[in-house]
Design a protein around this ligand. Structure first.
Ligand SMILES: [Zn+2]
Length: 229
Protein backbone atom coordinates (compact mmCIF):
# COMPACT_ATOMS: atom_id res chain seq x y z
CA UNK A 1 0.00 0.00 0.00
CA UNK A 2 1.45 3.39 -0.93
CA UNK A 3 1.28 6.46 1.26
CA UNK A 4 -1.69 7.98 -0.53
CA UNK A 5 -3.79 4.84 -0.23
CA UNK A 6 -2.96 4.63 3.46
CA UNK A 7 -4.00 8.23 4.02
CA UNK A 8 -7.29 7.70 2.18
CA UNK A 9 -8.03 4.70 4.40
CA UNK A 10 -7.21 6.62 7.56
CA UNK A 11 -9.41 9.53 6.46
CA UNK A 12 -12.26 7.16 5.80
CA UNK A 13 -11.83 5.45 9.17
CA UNK A 14 -11.83 8.86 10.87
CA UNK A 15 -15.14 9.77 9.18
CA UNK A 16 -16.70 6.45 10.12
CA UNK A 17 -15.66 6.86 13.75
CA UNK A 18 -16.89 10.44 13.87
CA UNK A 19 -20.34 9.46 12.65
CA UNK A 20 -20.65 6.17 14.53
CA UNK A 21 -23.74 5.85 16.71
CA UNK A 22 -23.21 2.22 17.64
CA UNK A 23 -19.84 0.58 18.15
CA UNK A 24 -18.51 -2.83 19.07
CA UNK A 25 -14.96 -2.63 20.42
CA UNK A 26 -12.74 -5.71 20.31
CA UNK A 27 -9.43 -5.39 22.14
CA UNK A 28 -6.44 -7.68 22.56
CA UNK A 29 -2.79 -7.40 23.60
CA UNK A 30 -2.92 -4.73 26.31
CA UNK A 31 -0.07 -3.86 28.64
CA UNK A 32 3.57 -4.46 27.81
CA UNK A 33 4.78 -7.56 29.72
CA UNK A 34 8.45 -7.39 28.83
CA UNK A 35 11.45 -5.10 28.58
CA UNK A 36 12.20 -2.27 30.97
CA UNK A 37 8.72 -2.32 32.53
CA UNK A 38 9.14 -6.00 33.42
CA UNK A 39 12.64 -5.47 34.86
CA UNK A 40 11.55 -2.47 36.91
CA UNK A 41 8.58 -4.18 38.56
CA UNK A 42 9.81 -7.75 38.84
CA UNK A 43 13.50 -7.56 39.76
CA UNK A 44 13.16 -9.69 42.92
CA UNK A 45 11.39 -12.43 40.96
CA UNK A 46 13.87 -12.18 38.09
CA UNK A 47 16.72 -12.58 40.57
CA UNK A 48 15.17 -15.59 42.25
CA UNK A 49 13.71 -17.41 39.22
CA UNK A 50 15.39 -16.03 36.10
CA UNK A 51 12.05 -14.98 34.62
CA UNK A 52 12.22 -13.28 31.21
CA UNK A 53 8.81 -11.55 30.92
CA UNK A 54 5.48 -11.35 32.75
CA UNK A 55 3.62 -13.47 30.23
CA UNK A 56 5.76 -16.60 30.50
CA UNK A 57 6.21 -15.95 34.25
CA UNK A 58 2.50 -16.69 34.59
CA UNK A 59 3.26 -20.29 33.68
CA UNK A 60 6.18 -20.70 36.10
CA UNK A 61 5.94 -23.96 38.12
CA UNK A 62 6.10 -22.39 41.61
CA UNK A 63 7.14 -24.82 44.34
CA UNK A 64 4.19 -24.05 46.62
CA UNK A 65 1.29 -21.69 47.28
CA UNK A 66 3.38 -19.24 49.34
CA UNK A 67 5.63 -18.66 46.34
CA UNK A 68 2.79 -18.77 43.80
CA UNK A 69 0.59 -16.20 45.54
CA UNK A 70 3.47 -13.84 46.24
CA UNK A 71 4.06 -13.73 42.48
CA UNK A 72 0.42 -13.39 41.48
CA UNK A 73 -0.37 -10.79 44.13
CA UNK A 74 2.38 -8.65 42.70
CA UNK A 75 1.52 -9.43 39.07
CA UNK A 76 -2.09 -8.37 39.77
CA UNK A 77 -0.87 -5.16 41.43
CA UNK A 78 1.47 -4.25 38.60
CA UNK A 79 -0.87 -5.13 35.73
CA UNK A 80 -4.30 -4.29 37.08
CA UNK A 81 -5.05 -3.15 40.64
CA UNK A 82 -2.12 -0.76 41.05
CA UNK A 83 -1.98 0.44 37.44
CA UNK A 84 -3.78 3.73 36.80
CA UNK A 85 -5.89 4.19 33.70
CA UNK A 86 -3.80 4.83 30.59
CA UNK A 87 -4.41 7.87 28.34
CA UNK A 88 -5.38 5.63 25.41
CA UNK A 89 -8.35 4.23 27.33
CA UNK A 90 -9.38 7.65 28.64
CA UNK A 91 -9.45 8.98 25.10
CA UNK A 92 -11.35 5.96 23.91
CA UNK A 93 -13.93 6.40 26.64
CA UNK A 94 -14.33 10.11 25.92
CA UNK A 95 -15.18 9.15 22.34
CA UNK A 96 -17.37 6.14 23.20
CA UNK A 97 -19.36 7.35 26.20
CA UNK A 98 -22.13 9.06 24.23
CA UNK A 99 -22.46 6.19 21.76
CA UNK A 100 -24.19 2.84 22.03
CA UNK A 101 -21.07 0.84 22.82
CA UNK A 102 -20.04 -2.66 23.87
CA UNK A 103 -16.52 -3.98 24.60
CA UNK A 104 -15.24 -7.52 24.29
CA UNK A 105 -11.62 -7.98 25.35
CA UNK A 106 -9.10 -10.68 26.16
CA UNK A 107 -7.11 -8.10 28.15
CA UNK A 108 -6.91 -8.97 31.87
CA UNK A 109 -5.76 -5.52 33.01
CA UNK A 110 -9.11 -3.88 33.88
CA UNK A 111 -8.30 -0.75 31.84
CA UNK A 112 -11.76 -0.45 30.25
CA UNK A 113 -13.44 -0.43 33.67
CA UNK A 114 -10.99 2.12 35.03
CA UNK A 115 -11.60 4.40 32.07
CA UNK A 116 -15.33 4.42 32.87
CA UNK A 117 -16.84 1.80 30.57
CA UNK A 118 -19.88 0.21 32.22
CA UNK A 119 -19.42 -3.35 33.52
CA UNK A 120 -22.77 -4.07 31.85
CA UNK A 121 -21.19 -3.22 28.51
CA UNK A 122 -18.05 -5.28 28.96
CA UNK A 123 -17.29 -8.97 28.37
CA UNK A 124 -13.91 -10.41 29.40
CA UNK A 125 -14.30 -14.06 28.39
CA UNK A 126 -10.75 -15.05 29.45
CA UNK A 127 -10.93 -13.65 33.00
CA UNK A 128 -8.77 -10.92 34.53
CA UNK A 129 -6.14 -10.20 37.19
CA UNK A 130 -8.65 -8.77 39.65
CA UNK A 131 -10.22 -12.17 40.35
CA UNK A 132 -9.29 -15.62 41.55
CA UNK A 133 -11.24 -18.85 41.34
CA UNK A 134 -11.43 -22.23 43.02
CA UNK A 135 -8.99 -24.61 41.32
CA UNK A 136 -11.70 -27.29 41.52
CA UNK A 137 -14.21 -25.22 39.59
CA UNK A 138 -16.33 -23.43 42.22
CA UNK A 139 -16.25 -19.85 43.48
CA UNK A 140 -14.91 -16.76 41.74
CA UNK A 141 -13.71 -14.05 44.16
CA UNK A 142 -11.93 -10.72 44.10
CA UNK A 143 -8.24 -11.37 44.45
CA UNK A 144 -7.27 -9.14 47.37
CA UNK A 145 -10.44 -9.77 49.32
CA UNK A 146 -9.00 -13.28 49.48
CA UNK A 147 -5.22 -12.91 49.46
CA UNK A 148 -5.15 -10.13 52.07
CA UNK A 149 -1.42 -9.61 51.58
CA UNK A 150 -0.21 -7.28 48.91
CA UNK A 151 3.47 -7.99 48.54
CA UNK A 152 3.82 -4.27 47.95
CA UNK A 153 6.71 -3.28 45.79
CA UNK A 154 7.61 -6.79 44.84
CA UNK A 155 10.56 -7.12 47.21
CA UNK A 156 9.17 -10.27 48.78
CA UNK A 157 8.86 -13.37 46.62
CA UNK A 158 7.09 -15.43 49.26
CA UNK A 159 3.90 -14.95 51.31
CA UNK A 160 5.10 -14.68 54.89
CA UNK A 161 1.97 -15.80 56.72
CA UNK A 162 0.54 -19.13 55.45
CA UNK A 163 -2.91 -18.23 56.80
CA UNK A 164 -3.08 -15.47 54.15
CA UNK A 165 -2.92 -17.93 51.26
CA UNK A 166 -6.39 -18.00 49.68
CA UNK A 167 -8.45 -21.16 50.04
CA UNK A 168 -11.79 -21.88 48.40
CA UNK A 169 -14.69 -20.89 50.67
CA UNK A 170 -16.87 -23.57 49.08
CA UNK A 171 -14.71 -26.70 48.97
CA UNK A 172 -11.72 -25.69 51.11
CA UNK A 173 -9.34 -26.48 48.25
CA UNK A 174 -6.69 -24.32 46.58
CA UNK A 175 -7.49 -21.24 44.48
CA UNK A 176 -6.05 -20.17 41.12
CA UNK A 177 -6.09 -16.99 39.08
CA UNK A 178 -9.35 -16.49 37.21
CA UNK A 179 -7.67 -16.77 33.83
CA UNK A 180 -8.39 -19.19 31.01
CA UNK A 181 -5.17 -21.20 31.14
CA UNK A 182 -6.70 -24.69 31.05
CA UNK A 183 -10.03 -26.52 31.06
CA UNK A 184 -10.76 -25.60 34.69
CA UNK A 185 -11.63 -21.96 33.98
CA UNK A 186 -14.80 -21.10 35.95
CA UNK A 187 -17.69 -19.55 34.05
CA UNK A 188 -20.05 -18.41 36.81
CA UNK A 189 -23.47 -16.71 36.56
CA UNK A 190 -21.83 -13.30 36.05
CA UNK A 191 -19.74 -14.66 33.20
CA UNK A 192 -22.79 -16.11 31.42
CA UNK A 193 -24.77 -12.91 31.98
CA UNK A 194 -21.98 -10.89 30.34
CA UNK A 195 -21.81 -13.36 27.46
CA UNK A 196 -25.57 -13.03 26.93
CA UNK A 197 -25.35 -9.23 26.85
CA UNK A 198 -22.53 -9.50 24.32
CA UNK A 199 -24.55 -11.84 22.07
CA UNK A 200 -27.54 -9.50 22.23
CA UNK A 201 -25.44 -6.52 21.27
CA UNK A 202 -23.70 -8.43 18.48
CA UNK A 203 -27.04 -9.66 17.09
CA UNK A 204 -28.18 -6.03 16.94
CA UNK A 205 -25.67 -5.49 14.14
CA UNK A 206 -28.26 -7.02 11.78
CA UNK A 207 -30.68 -4.13 12.39
CA UNK A 208 -28.44 -1.21 13.35
CA UNK A 209 -25.37 0.08 11.50
CA UNK A 210 -22.44 -0.68 13.81
CA UNK A 211 -18.77 0.22 13.65
CA UNK A 212 -16.47 -2.64 14.63
CA UNK A 213 -13.34 -1.15 16.21
CA UNK A 214 -10.42 -3.54 16.74
CA UNK A 215 -7.72 -2.37 19.14
CA UNK A 216 -4.36 -4.04 19.25
CA UNK A 217 -0.87 -2.92 20.11
CA UNK A 218 1.41 -2.28 17.11
CA UNK A 219 3.51 -5.41 16.63
CA UNK A 220 1.45 -7.06 19.31
CA UNK A 221 3.14 -10.40 18.80
CA UNK A 222 5.90 -9.08 21.07
CA UNK A 223 6.65 -6.29 23.55
CA UNK A 224 6.50 -2.78 22.13
CA UNK A 225 8.63 -0.06 23.61
CA UNK A 226 6.21 2.60 22.40
CA UNK A 227 3.38 1.42 24.63
CA UNK A 228 2.50 3.42 27.78
CA UNK A 229 4.09 2.33 31.04
ZN1 LIG B 1 -13.50 -24.93 45.72
Amino acid sequence: MDKQDAKALIDRAREELKGAKRVLIGAGAGLNYGGERFRRHMHAFIERYGMTDMYSAGFYPFADDADRWAYWAHHATVNNLGQPVLPLYEELYAWAKDRDCFVITTNADGQFLKAGFSPDRLFTPQGDYAHIQCANGYDVREIFASIKEDTGHGERTRISDPSLIPMCPTCGGPMAMHLRVDGDFVQDDDWYAAQRRYFEFAQGIADHPTVLLIIRRPGSAGPSSGWPR
